[in-house]
Design a protein around this ligand. Structure first.
Ligand SMILES: C[S@@+](CC[C@H](N)C(=O)[O-])C[C@H]1O[C@@H](n2cnc3c(N)ncnc32)[C@H](O)[C@@H]1O
Length: 351
């Protein structure tokens, strides 16, 4: 169910952290070019094939700009936030060479008709699916405008990694109203400030974005198969791994091809649910189970803990759990001990 403040908070969160992305700054564009090129190859699309393809994209507009640069036939862009839509619409209005960009402000989970004049061949949603308040509705709307053989690319957060295990806990006691205080405490608490800007960007997103779901990619694959899509890459997905330090370890790339449109028309199932990182994963290790027990104790007492302390705990936990920023290998047991110490430090003080 969408909250009344959903659109405003979504707009504010990304407006606060993604200025460089909305402004299409050179570094943000270079990064998008590299990522999209890699994702196209993973989706078995050569960039020169884009000339015959219509692309659907949601986001800050930088990816839409890259698809335009790569020569896509048309790029249909949507976002609930007005910023990127304004930038792209103005560009297309002022300069004919951008007339293949069509941008519209809408909530993809509430819209029935995307107003797309030609069928879509490639859907590119990187970091979007897990923020949708009604992904089934969004997919149904998108399926209605697909051409046969269309391909879909999604980059989703990785359920079962240490970072999102901790984020899923933090989001139970930190809310959007804490945003100002988090900002003011963040830099003071940071020991290593070298990576501070990026850490702050990710943290602000993870703490305050109105919707954050962690999906089981096996369930997502099954859902797409049931609706007539086949995964392009066969992958295996561990249920959890709290020691993965790879940069890919915070997300999964999923890509599909629409092989049987008749199935899509016959079936429509609810989208897979959020995987509660504390309750829905059968952890084998006793140290993870101990952390979960302490997290539950903390949550049980959270209303007795002062807001500043809760924010300090959240910031400390976030820093220790961001494994992909660590250069060395990580012992999951040692990380859990750090997490337990941070939580324990607060628990005995509760009146
Ligand atoms: C993490 S950002 C994606 C950034 C993207 N990878 C980029 O580089 O531009 C998530 C985007 O999804 C948009 N969004 C979230 N929920 C939406 C919805 N229901 N309808 C339309 N856009 C939505 C947000 O406004 C935001 O632009």
């Amino acid at each position: 169910m969408k909250s009344d403040v959903h659109d405003e908070q979504m707009t504010q969160v990304y407006g606060h952290i993604y200025e460089d992305l909305y402004d299409w700054k050179p570094a943000a564009m270079d990064q998008a070019r590299q990522i999209i090129h890699k994702n196209l190859i993973e989706s078995e699309i050569q960039p020169d094939q884009l000339a015959d393809m219509n692309v659907l994209n949601i986001g800050t507009g930088r990816e839409t700009m890259v698809f335009h640069e790569f020569g896509a036939r048309n790029v249909y862009h949507f976002d609930v936030s007005p910023k990127s839509v304004y930038n792209l619409t103005e560009l297309a209005r002022r300069d004919d060479q951008f007339s293949n960009i069509h941008s519209c402000r809408l909530d993809i989970c509430e819209t029935e008709n995307l107003g797309v004049s030609e069928g879509i061949d490639f859907v590119y949603l990187s970091g979007v699916l897990h923020h949708l308040h009604d992904p089934a509705h969004a997919m149904q709307t998108i399926f209605n405008v697909l051409n046969p053989d269309a391909r879909l690319f999604f980059r989703i957060y990785r359920s079962g990694c240490l970072a999102f295990f901790v984020v899923d806990f933090i989001r139970r006691f930190i809310c959007f109203d804490d945003a100002e205080q988090v900002d003011s405490l963040f830099y003071g608490l940071l020991e290593d400030k070298s990576d501070a800007g990026l850490l702050h960007q990710d943290l602000y997103d993870d703490f305050f974005v109105p919707v954050l779901r962690l999906f089981d990619p096996e369930q997502v694959n099954r859902w797409f198969r049931t609706h007539g899509f086949e995964p392009i890459l066969e992958q295996s997905f561990p249920l959890y791994d709290h020691s993965d330090t790879s940069s890919a370890g915070q997300g999964w790339s999923l890509n599909y091809q629409w092989t049987d449109p008749s199935m899509t028309k016959r079936t429509f199932l609810p989208f897979p649910s959020h995987v509660d990182q504390m309750s829905n994963i059968p952890y084998v290790e006793s140290y993870i189970r101990l952390t979960v027990k302490q997290m539950r104790q903390f949550l049980g007492q959270a209303d007795k803990i002062d807001p500043g302390t809760k924010i300090r705990v959240a910031l400390q936990l976030y820093q220790v759990s961001q494994l992909y920023r660590q250069k060395d290998t990580v012992e999951a047991a040692a990380k859990h001990l750090e997490i337990q110490n941070i939580i324990q430090e607060v628990l005995p003080d509760i009146p």
